[in-house]
Design a protein around this ligand. Sequence first.
Ligand SMILES: [Zn+2]
Length: 399
Amino acid sequence: MEVFLDSLLKSRYAAEKKTILALCEKGNTFSLADLARELGTSIPKITRIVGELEQAGVLSDWGKQESAAGRRPSLYGLNPGAGVFVGVEVGQKEIALAVTDFTGRIIQFQDGIAYTLTGTEESVLGLCACVKKQLRKYHLDPAPVRGVGVNLTGRVNYRTGYSYSYYISEEKPIRDILEEGFGWPVFIENDSRGMAFGEYMSGIAGDARTVLFLNVGWGLGMGMVLDGKLFAGKSGFSGEIGHFPLLDNHQICRCGKVGCLETGASGQALHRLIGEQLAKGHPSILSAAYAGGREITLNDILDAVEKEDVTAIECVEQVGSTLGRAVAGLINLFNPDVVVIGGRLCVTEQYLMPPLLGAVNRLSLNLVSNDTVIKVSRLGNKAGAVGASLLAKHRLLNR
Ligand SMILES: [Zn+2]
């Protein structure tokens, strides 16, 4: 399979071409003079390089600069028509799908597509078929798909293409099977890391270079952009904040250890806390279901919070306070520009954030925490699929 951009980026001025594409990656535009300055080279040389990128169809003339005085130069940016990228977020029983154009604009998003991925080759190929079926509904032609990003839960090594939650065999990483099924280049990543990248690229952090993203879903994960780079660690196993042994609550974690942060600050912690309250007979709109022996899901709890159920709100506040304790530690450790709180529990923002911010104020070093802004996810439920799509573009441009 001849990979898009490969020949272009192996031609003359390859390094300059890569730099220009990287500069334009967030949807920015530049005049020839800007680019010459950025790359420290001459205008005639930049004109030649930009001409080649334009001829290849990856860069386009976005028109004249609006507010400049005197002669107005043309601005160049990525060509939106140069292709599309597909992002897939694999959940427990469903997937979410996003399509972004070459500039990173979201052109399609769909969540709640029923599919259960298991660790077999047939199931992985079934996922490809399910995604392609959905893409056909969008009538994307003639815009070609340039790459697919797939977010998977758990430990993922994006370099080798292995996922340890969906382990197929020693010989065949899941990424290779996905490439066979799709027929396009595939880039896999851990879900929290993909989401972190989506938020970083969507501009929630402005020009910030160090961004921590907390994925507060059923579990608790973290994605880190450190000094402008998505950080994966040696083998892609970084960000396991959920299993930081921070709590003295004697709760056994799903990893088998005791007192992991996740047992107090996650969707499953919220689920446990509300179960304890209901068992004690605290009044709640969930009481009848609990008494009747019906299983109470995280969605039921989030619905109860939306309906202003006091018992459910108090449990969310407790989760917020515990999470804030961890955020205080992270701020002291990383001195980040921005901490983004994302994941499913974001919908309880109104009740989750005040105790979280209170704990950060109380427990972090003032000088350090005054340097950091804490924000709630901008992309919300789109963060995973959109992040995967933007990351596919990023990895393709930076191969
Ligand atoms: Zn654990």
